[in-house]
Design a protein around this ligand. Structure first.
Ligand code: BG6
Length: 506
């Protein structure tokens, strides 16, 4: 049941504008959100309902998957949106908000459900949760859920503190912590591909898999988020959450049932099995940290990180990191997971490459030819799909063997307009499905792992490598793999000379 009054804190912010209003609109257009809902936009700055609806309209026009025109359908959608300027420290204002919420609940026959969405700075989470309670907003006949954005803390102690504040007011089952990577179509598809295909499961272990590579690369710099990012860096911004969550989806055991808790239990087991670093020298030999210097992107000169606005000109914050991670359990013992992420890299892409072990080298084919290993690649972003790389005879040749790829490009399908991560996550939160939200124990274990890296890095700064914008990060990231006899596979495309077997439905 998705009927709810959505109270959106941070209503004039970037996230609301780029992602949340377009997501609500798509859900409405697809009839996943009926007519029994209301959205209350909350922020400090004054705005009339008309101005607010105009803002919502503009954001939908710019960012939504569906076109919007100011017709009757728009009018009936827009009337569900109201705005209130709110000082989050003022309890009386929360009481007033309670009255407004109840009025809209009655008007749209919502039935008492409340979704509190905090698109706010995390320092405010505790205070806002508390004031929601004090202001009487939790005294309702329906459910009351809290949706919060990352970052969930800066390290384990601060995350624990934040969690304690929230848990004074909300039970864990009602807290929906967003990691928007878990809302991405292809991240969710990892489990389906693994568990719904008979031929993967027998191979999905250290007997057949040589290594796994996870790349989350971005072309953008820090944009206008310098003051947040300079305090955070790539490890906390992407590593603690999106990267480790993606790794958990690849490494987890099949859950015994498809309930949210069973799935999250399996992910937690992966986090518990991560081989924690014991010493700073272990961290140094298994991780690489880099920062972009000025360089060229698509022919344009771009500034280095230290020249970006709101960034300390002597900053030692990393904008790139790579690591060799081990999951010490029966299935994965000895298989390295290489992860890397960075800003100002040559391509925007998210890919997971599963590299299989080669055929035994005494087989006649591998004696005569240098065979490439089989690869299974999940393309998460911006292309969505899966491809499998294997060896085959070059047509018409006298036994020349070539790597070929079987390519299923989901995003190439004409007419396919896959929902944005935020649509799926908002929909799930409204119907109470917490599968793709992070539970506290996952978050805590991920911090525990990452904190060890961060504290070793903090001890000395001579391990921060500069890389020119537009390159794939410091050379040390390549060495991390070459030490083990591997290499990063090129992302977002096939090597030259390959024959693509198009399997797209046209
Ligand atoms: C966010 C990070 O969580 O993810 C950003 O804070 C990053 O720094 C973004 O740019 C990347 O998300 P996506 O969906 O564009 O890959």
């Amino acid at each position: 049941m998705t009927d709810a009054v959505i109270l959106l804190f941070g209503a004039t912010g970037d996230l609301a504008r780029r992602k949340l209003y377009p997501a609500i609109y798509s859900l409405y257009r697809e009839r996943k959100l009926g007519d029994r809902f209301a959205v209350i936009g909350l922020a400090r700055r004054p705005r009339t309902n008309e101005q607010f609806r105009e803002d919502v309209h503009d954001s939908i026009k710019e960012f939504a998957r569906y076109n919007v025109t100011k017709d009757e359908q728009w009018e009936s959608f827009a009337e569900h949106f109201e705005y209130m300027s709110l000082d989050t420290n003022n309890i009386d204002a929360f009481k007033e908000l309670g009255t407004m919420t109840n009025r809209l609940d009655t008007k749209f026959e919502v039935g008492g459900n409340r979704l509190f969405y905090l698109a706010l700075s995390p320092e405010l989470f505790g205070n806002v949760s508390n004031n929601l309670k004090e202001g009487g907003l939790l005294e309702t006949s329906g459910w009351a859920r809290l949706v919060i954005e990352k970052p969930f803390g800066y390290d384990l102690p601060s995350a624990e503190k934040l969690n304690a504040q929230i848990r004074k007011v909300f039970e864990e089952k009602d807290v929906y912590r967003i990691d928007h990577y878990l809302g991405k179509e292809m991240v969710q598809n990892i489990n389906v591909v693994r568990f719904a295909n008979a031929f993967f499961e027998p191979l999905w272990n250290n007997k057949y898999i040589a290594n796994i590579q996870i790349t989350l690369s971005e072309t953008v710099g820090v944009e206008d988020r310098g003051s947040y990012y300079d305090h955070s860096g790539a490890l906390r911004d992407m590593g603690q959450n999106h990267m480790l969550q993606t790794l958990a989806m690849i490494a987890m055991e099949p859950p015994s049932r498809l309930s949210p808790e069973d799935i999250r239990d399996e992910k937690v087991k992966v986090f518990r099995s991560l081989r924690g670093f014991q010493t700073a020298s272990e961290v140094r030999s298994n991780t690489v940290r880099g920062q972009y210097s000025s360089g060229t992107m698509k022919g344009n000169q771009v500034p280095g990180y230290r020249q970006e606005s709101s960034v300390n000109p002597e900053s030692t914050t990393e904008t790139f990191f790579a690591a060799r991670v081990f999951v010490d359990n029966f299935r994965w013992a000895g298989v390295p997971f290489y992860i890397r992420t960075g800003k100002r890299l040559p391509l925007k892409t998210t890919e997971v490459v599963v590299e299989f072990k080669n055929v035994p080298n005494n087989v006649y084919l591998s004696k005569k030819h240098k065979l490439e290993p089989n690869l299974l690649v999940f393309r998460v972003n911006p292309m969505e799909g899966i491809y499998f790389k294997m060896n085959a005879k070059q047509p018409g040749s006298e036994g020349t063997i070539l790597p070929i790829s079987m390519d299923f490009c989901q995003s190439c399908q004409i007419g396919l307009n896959t929902p944005e991560a935020y649509e799926r996550l908002l929909y799930d939160a409204a119907r109470g499905d917490s599968t793709y939200f992070t539970r506290w124990d996952e978050v805590a274990l991920a911090w525990k792992y990452v904190d060890k890296i961060a504290s070793a890095w903090a001890e000395r700064t001579d391990n921060l490598m500069l890389y020119p914008a537009g390159t794939w990060g410091p050379d040390q990231a390549q060495q991390l793999l070459s030490e083990d006899g591997f290499k990063w596979w090129p992302v977002n495309g096939q090597d030259e000379g390959e024959v693509a077997w198009e399997m797209n439905q046209k």
